[in-house]
Design a protein around this ligand. Structure first.
Ligand code: CP
Ligand code: NVA
Length: 302
């Protein structure tokens, strides 16, 4: 049987995404215990709060046993090869999940693994985050088809997975990125081809947020980019989401951020701590979305 991996949102069809959302919202008792007596390896080369906690709890809720391992304990390609680590772990665990610097590590894992590999964030994508983002928007906005999502900031790992998912949902996508930090033309075409109602990119936060039902952002300096901090803070100085930016979105627009957040940098305190913010629900939905995804990969159907 083919092993189903989850390295990117595009490993799911639009129909699969629906299924995962349904499983995420189903009462836990409906899911059975597909991981009973089984292990799930969680390997982190970078720090994490939400991803570790939500994955550990999702595994427990499905009857399984999560084992957290720091990257240096595994030592990908230093202590032993990525392939050796993966083949060994696949004998102990029913799923192996990893947060890595290089997306190619996940691809090498998937190439040799007899169990599903899950991406818990790479420099390229953060698909578990996008599942929680779609779940939150569905709960808040209802049917997402033809609704408008704005991404303001760096077109990074979180952005790429979010817009892939929003495209599968048939949404209008508006990107607001500084010059040099946006999506390439070929990337815009790739996203559009996944099913977006429309996709447009602007060099202004205000323009991108205009008419949006949900306004998203992320840090301006991702893990591993610390050496670029001074330059990035200058390049992104006009992209902080404040009340002025939110005022051009729809009246009931929601604000979303994958977290961790920096108040006064990518988002004003008045927005992230204000009535339009859904960041806490969004973070809690990481666990429900992870449970839905794990159940889907285990073949659970409702
Ligand atoms: N949003 C997110 O992935 O958070 P952590 O880095 O805390 O896991
Ligand atoms: N873009 C951020 C997301 C953190 C959850 C990073 O990669 O550090």
């Amino acid at each position: 049987m083919t092993v189903r991996h989850f390295l990117d949102i595009t490993d799911l069809t639009a129909r699969d995404l629906n299924t995962v959302m349904d499983l995420a919202q189903a009462d836990i008792s409906m899911l059975g215990s597909p991981l009973a007596g089984k292990g799930v390896a969680l390997i982190f080369e970078k720090p994490s709060n939400r991803t570790r906690q939500s994955m550990e709890m999702a595994v427990v809720q499905l009857g399984g046993h999560p084992i957290f391992t720091r990257g240096e304990e595994v030592g990908f390609d230093q202590r032993e090869t990525v392939e050796d680590v993966t083949r060994i772990m696949a004998g102990y665990h029913h799923v192996v999940a990893a947060r890595v610097f290089a997306h190619s590590v996940l691809q090498r894992m998937a190439a040799v693994s007899s169990v599903p590999i899950i991406n818990m964030l790479s420099e390229q994508s953060h698909p578990l985050q996008a599942l929680a983002d779609v779940l939150t928007m569905r709960q808040e906005l209802g049917d997402l088809r033809q609704k408008t999502v704005a991404w303001i900031g760096d077109y990074n790992n979180v952005a790429r997975s979010l817009v892939e998912a929003c495209s599968l949902e048939g949404m209008n996508i508006r990107l607001g990125c500084p010059v040099g930090y946006g999506a390439s033309n070929s990337e815009l075409t790739r996203i559009a081809d996944l099913g977006a109602a429309s996709i447009n990119q602007f060099e202004s936060a205000q323009t991108a947020a205009t008419g949006a039902h949900a306004v998203h952002t992320d840090v301006f300096v991702s893990m591993g980019q610390e050496a670029e901090t001074a330059k990035r803070l200058v390049d992104f100085k006009d992209f902080c989401i404040d009340a002025n930016v939110m005022s051009v979105a729809t009246k009931d627009a929601i604000f979303m951020h994958c977290l961790p957040a920096h108040r006064g940098v990518e988002v004003a305190g008045e927005v992230i701590d204000g009535s339009q913010s859904r960041v806490v629900t969004q973070a809690h939905n990481r666990m429900h979305a992870a449970r839905g995804l794990l159940a889907h990969l285990m073949g659970v159907t409702l």
